[in-house]
Design a protein around this ligand. Structure first.
Ligand SMILES: [Fe+2]
Length: 279
């Protein structure tokens, strides 16, 4: 598996950043794009993508693959995704452990799946099919969830581990999601990490969240909170350097604020590298 290429510390390419990023002297190590925002589009988005491809590694990260839903995989979607992965020449691509389409309708949500054997048996061959169709390694992201779905007989760590091992794919480990889920569902986030196949982590998402009275909400609308940085540091103690990506999708601040977050992530990666090691 070649889903562990080290890229350093990157940021999500949001349309608010196009011109500022291309004009900035500050450079993230790599960029992540939301696949659907760049599939089959022209205009300003296509222009920005082409400009960025000349300067950075660009990794497609999707929300509409629907790896866990009952609908068949969408061939038109896979064609568009394959074209994007070819165009970006990305070493891997990713989407979430969720469902996002039902009855042919895209729901524009990352909806939670039950944790059980049926879901494992459903998702594993679909990941293999997607990887074979697109022709690059696939990473599965752990999502945030606010309720455990009816029909769950296993827990999240066991299901994620079984799926990525049986599908032989990578893990996009969202550290903020681990923290948010651990707080909302009352478990130890570090113990959760220790139950995952961390050697399969292709990269890490870092993001902010919003505390609400009933739960912590995974909003991607704030700086990475200190407990999430602490959990990232705990992960790095276990893995050594891994690629990291700062996600900021709502209440988007000036580019420099997000680049500051990437710089902090990079400093942690550098500190995690053994002296003289390739990074
Ligand atoms: Fe994420």
């Amino acid at each position: 598996m070649s889903s562990t290429t080290l890229l350093g510390a990157g940021i999500g390419l949001r349309r608010e950043f196009f011109e500022d990023l291309l004009a900035s002297e500050r450079r993230p190590d790599w960029l992540e794009i939301v696949s659907e925002n760049f599939m089959g589009v022209g205009g300003r988005s296509r222009w920005a993508l082409e400009e960025c491809l000349g300067r950075w590694p660009v990794i497609p990260h999707g929300v509409n693959l629907n790896i866990g839903g009952p609908d068949p995989l969408d061939e038109a979607y896979l064609e568009g995704l394959s074209e994007l992965v070819r165009r970006t020449d990305a070493p891997f691509f990713s989407d979430h452990f969720c469902y996002s389409r039902l009855g042919g309708v895209y729901l524009h949500e990352l909806l939670p799946l039950p944790f059980n054997e049926e879901v494992i048996a459903h998702v594993v061959p679909r990941i293999r099919a997607v990887r074979d169709r697109v022709g690059r390694p696939f990473l599965l992201e752990n999502p945030s969830y606010y309720e455990v779905m009816p029909g769950s007989t296993l827990d999240e760590a066991e299901v994620l581990t079984r799926i990525v091992e049986e599908a032989d794919c990578g893990l996009l480990l969202d550290v903020n999601n681990v923290y948010v889920n651990a707080q909302n569902h009352g478990y130890d986030p570090v113990a959760f990490l220790d139950r995952l196949p961390l050697e399969r982590v292709g990269y890490v998402h870092l993001a902010g969240h919003t505390p609400e009275p009933e739960a912590i909400i995974d909003t991607h609308g704030a700086a990475v909170p200190e407990p999430v940085w602490d959990l990232f540091a705990a992960l790095l103690e276990r893995t050594g350097p891994v690629s990291a990506l700062v996600e900021w999708d709502h209440d988007i601040p000036p580019l420099d604020v997000v680049l500051d977050q990437a710089d902090r992530a990079r400093a942690l990666l550098t500190a995690a590298a053994p002296a003289g090691a390739e990074s």
